[in-house]
Design a binder for this molecule. Structure first.
Ligand code: SF4
Length: 108
């Protein structure tokens, strides 16, 4: 193999290796670093309104019980200590860790 044909191939392999390394690096970053979702709001989301979602569980209506909040709900997918995180009931949105809705189910 001549140097002329090997060189473009080497460049390609270098670029491909760099791209693969970048993908591994991005994949290892916490999701929150590169893809924050819009915050859920009952004033703009009909499902959130129907389920009485609130950012602050102290303002939640019945059947809310004291101590119930999104961070303790089985549907909450955020990391511990984060203020906002995804919820399986509201795909495409982050909910407040201190929020609540009537879809609440306590983690076991
Ligand atoms: S389903 Fe759970 S995590 Fe999602 S908004 Fe309702 S209480 Fe919060």
């Amino acid at each position: 193999m001549s140097e002329e044909t090997a060189s473009p191939r080497r460049r390609f392999l270098k670029l491909a290796g760099g791209a693969a390394a970048a993908m591994v690096l991005l994949g290892s970053l916490p999701r929150r670093v590169w893809a924050a979702l819009p915050h859920l709001s009952a004033s703009t989301n009909a499902t959130a309104k129907a389920l009485h979602y609130v950012d602050d569980n102290t303002k939640a209506v019945a059947p809310h019980k004291p101590g119930e909040e999104c961070s303790k709900c089985v549907h909450f997918q955020g990391k511990a200590g984060e203020a906002w995180g995804p919820c399986a009931i509201f795909p495409g949105f982050d909910v407040n860790a201190k929020g609540w809705c009537s879809g609440y189910q306590a983690k076991s």
